[in-house]
Ligand binder design. Structure first.
Ligand SMILES: [Zn+2]
Ligand SMILES: [Zn+2]
Length: 125
């Protein structure tokens, strides 16, 4: 699979049993449908995001990309909790693409939110 942003090769990196694809050049990260929610639950998963967030910010301007899996035009999504984080989402195969630094950023607050949710069970049945 090639990176949807810079067209370099992507390598497979694993966090526990989850395998994600990371671009060898811009270090953007691709998560398949369930991989993103699974990866969010693992505290150490931010260590896969080794890229330079400066490069990630530049790459973030480029949001007209096609899904590397199914070639559908991807849409821009904003994280519900952290609106400064934009990522690309494929509505066909539900894959998600994060620029370098974005997943780490997301993950630094997500664990906290996850714990918060856990402590205050106010979800409707
Ligand atoms: Zn790339
Ligand atoms: Zn797709």
């Amino acid at each position: 699979m090639n990176c949807p942003k810079c067209d370099s090769k992507m390598e497979i990196v694993s966090i526990n049993e989850i395998k994600v694809d990371r671009c060898i050049s811009c270090k953007g990260i691709w998560f398949d449908q369930h991989e993103l929610s699974d990866a969010k639950k693992i505290k150490e998963s931010k260590s896969i995001d080794i890229g330079d967030s400066k490069i990630g910010k530049e790459q973030n301007q480029n949001d007209l990309i096609n899904c590397p899996k199914c070639n559908t035009k991807m849409i821009r999504m904003v994280d519900a909790q952290q609106s400064h984080i934009w990522f690309e989402h494929c509505v066909t195969c539900s894959g998600n693409y994060f620029d370098a630094g974005e997943f780490k950023d997301l993950q630094e607050d997500t664990i906290f939110d996850f714990v918060k949710t856990w402590l205050t069970p106010e979800r409707k049945p």
